[in-house]
Design a protein around this ligand. Structure first.
Ligand SMILES: [Zn+2]
Length: 394
């Protein structure tokens, strides 16, 4: 019998070494990194199109505790993108089918379910149990709620959103800015359609959710360059991605130097239509259609009308109408002061769909002479009217 040496328990047992071997061999992971994942707790908000790939990959990677919060039940329209759920799960609470799928993939981790809607009443208690939060919610009240709770609790938040063929992703780290720094006020109700209204490609949700899973693993391991302070923009239809840098806003009401929001608020109310000081004057309202064709618009521009382009920055960079001002749909509410209510306003997008919604929003907000450009910039260009390219203003 020799002297006993100190018998520290191995970081990973034989089964774990086998299961995780392909990632443990990575220099950035190693046995200690895998141990760190197994000791980590990640909350996934929403077991939907984003939350599915996030939860699937983090579970398979051995993140030791995965929380899933979702108050919905599985609907047939979910199945094309929400791969946590199976056809047999129709009608079942999403947390239940999610937990079943995840346990089949990796019985070595713990899945904690919260079959409820995240609210101001429960968010701090739920989020406080986790190290990192991944946002897969599909509505603005929940986005602001999760953001504020993460700022108050100093939890990193891995965020993404998807619509149609497009996605965005970024990371909010404590002290380095938050969702409100990027999006200080919610868009007017109706200005940004939901996936239910506008549709979404399942694989685009899968792509963005997978990016969130990667960012979460990087955060847990403390390796690489996180997407913090960069917004990744994916246009899957064009096959293009870009990143836009953003900074913490010292005036941010929740994470700024002098925060005015120090507790959770009522988020449904916060995301309602902001009031305007004056009601629209019905006598001065334009005709109900409020459309102008490109030639009419061109004449109005010569006579001093304003042209507001509500497309996304990457669309703007590829082609725009000279003299237009870029105010993407999501920013219309907070930048309405840039639109002069005393001059006619022409709103445009690619083909006239998004801009029609903004016309309605501006009319409700009190703008009386506001018109939609029929057919958008595509109709404009097809008629041979001038366009220009390059980054330009905005
Ligand atoms: Zn902020």
């Amino acid at each position: 019998m020799g002297k006993t040496t100190s018998a520290a328990a191995p970081l990973l047992n034989r089964e774990q070494l086998a299961r995780y071997s392909r990632q443990v061999i990575l220099e950035e992971m190693g046995v200690s990194g895998q141990r760190r994942l197994l000791d980590s707790k990640v909350l996934v908000v929403g077991a939907g199109g984003l939350g599915s790939p996030v939860a699937l990959y983090l579970t398979a990677a051995g993140v030791g505790t995965i929380g899933i919060v979702d108050g919905d039940r599985v609907d047939a329209s979910n199945l094309h993108r929400q791969l946590l759920h199976r056809t047999r799960d129709l009608g079942c609470p999403k947390t239940e089918s999610a937990a079943r799928t995840l346990e089949e993939i990796n019985p070595g981790i713990t899945v904690v379910t919260f079959p409820t809607v995240l609210s101001s009443a429960n968010a701090l208690e739920i989020i406080g149990q986790f190290d990192v939060v991944v946002n897969g919610s599909d509505n603005f009240p929940t986005r602001y709620l999760v953001n504020d709770a993460c700022v108050l609790l100093r939890r990193p938040l891995v965020d993404a959103s998807v619509l149609r063929w497009e996605g965005q992703a970024t990371v909010y780290l404590p002290g380095r800015g938050c969702y409100r720094c990027l999006f200080p006020t919610p868009p007017p109700p109706g200005a940004v359609p939901s996936c239910a209204e506008a549709g979404v490609i399942g694989a685009v949700a899968g792509h963005m959710g997978t990016i969130q899973a990667v960012e979460t693993v990087k955060l847990l391991l403390g390796v690489g360059e996180s997407l913090a302070n960069r917004l990744l923009l994916v246009d899957a239809l064009a096959g293009e991605t870009r990143t836009v840098r953003w900074s913490r806003n010292p005036e941010c009401p929740v994470c700024g130097d002098h925060p005015t929001i120090t507790a959770l608020i009522e988020y449904e109310e916060f995301c309602g239509l902001p009031g305007r000081p004056h009601a629209p004057d019905p006598a001065a309202a334009p005709d109900p259609i409020a459309e102008v064709d490109p030639h009419e618009a061109n004449l109005m521009l010569d006579q001093g009308a304003q042209l507001i382009d509500v497309r996304d920055p990457w669309e703007w960079a590829s082609s725009r109408i000279p003299g237009a001002r870029l105010i993407p749909v999501a920013e219309v509410s907070m930048r309405a002061s840039e639109i002069d209510p005393n001059r006619p306003v022409i709103v445009l997008c690619a083909v006239g769909g998004r801009s029609a919604g903004v016309v309605e929003v501006l009319r409700k907000a009190g703008y009386t002479r506001v018109y939609n450009l029929t057919g958008g910039i595509i109709a404009w260009a097809n008629l041979g009217l001038p366009t220009e390219t390059g980054p330009g203003q905005g």
